[in-house]
Design a protein around this ligand. Structure first.
Ligand SMILES: N[C@@H](CCC(=O)N[C@@H](CS)C(=O)NCC(=O)O)C(=O)O
Length: 232
């Protein structure tokens, strides 16, 4: 069974929890409090020298870091990870965009405004840039979503999961999504996926939770229940 090192209030970690829930893949969750330095202990650095969550142990001693790389790994072979060459390139394009244009702005604003006491004062010099660049990124997404229901392959994929994690936190860190109606409609579509779980979800009593997820119907946009994955 996979072990996911994750922080509940980390958007990057949420991406992986959301994908695993969507695929009904069981996993063990280990909470890492980055605010208490738990991702920089010698033991953790042995697993991920970059000192960050999420981190997925896919088999004993074999780790994958970087949320979007983990998404490709867990979703490999399912409709969540497009295989067609152009669809795959589209998904990658948006996942690189997420890491370069969205996460560094919304992720930073969320972290400093919500998780760090006094963070606003500490980062007052950076806040304006995060706001401007974050709103610019939402504009790019909105333009795409005015013509497309999803980011790649005309269906719900890991590109949507990657972009959803921080976009759905925007209102908690002072971004205004009112000018981006297509983004708001897409947020609602993602939250309406049958196996959607909120950021607060954790597979606490794994068996019961998983049964609950397995019993839910497959994705409206065509992702089947990945029975084989349940054996991993
Ligand atoms: N590019 C990485 C970013 C991961 C990241 O920034 N993780 C944060 C939590 S959201 C973290 O672990 N920070 C602790 C640190 O950098 O010391 C990903 O997508 O996984």
């Amino acid at each position: 069974m996979f072990t996911l090192y994750s922080m509940q209030r980390s958007g990057n970690s949420y991406k992986v929890r959301l994908a695993l829930a969507h695929l009904a893949i069981p996993f063990r969750l280990v909470e890492i409090d980055i605010l208490r330095g738990e991702s920089h202990t010698p033991e953790f650095l042995e697993m991920n020298p970059n000192g960050q969550v999420p981190l997925l142990e896919v088999m004993p001693g074999r780790y994958i870091a970087e949320s979007n790389a983990i998404l490709w790994y867990v979703a490999g072979g399912t409709p969540l990870a497009p295989e067609d060459r152009i669809d795959r390139a589209d998904a990658l394009q948006w996942m690189f965009f997420e890491q370069h244009s969205l996460e560094p702005n919304i992720g930073a604003a969320y972290f400093w405004l919500n998780l760090v006491k006094g963070g606003r004062d500490l980062q007052s010099h950076a806040l304006e840039d995060w706001m401007e660049e974050g709103h610019r990124a939402f504009g790019v997404m909105d333009r795409h979503l005015r013509r497309n229901r999803y980011f790649a392959a005309d269906r719900f994929t890991i590109a949507d999961i990657a972009l959803y994690a921080y976009t759905h936190l925007a209102h908690e860190c002072e971004y205004d999504l009112a000018p981006f109606p297509a983004v708001r409609a897409w947020l609602a579509r993602v939250a309406d996926e049958p196996r959607y779980v909120p950021m607060s979800w954790a597979p606490a009593a794994s068996a019961a939770d998983l049964k609950f997820l397995q019993d839910r119907p497959q994705s409206r946009s065509g992702t089947p229940n990945r029975k084989a994955a349940l054996k991993s």
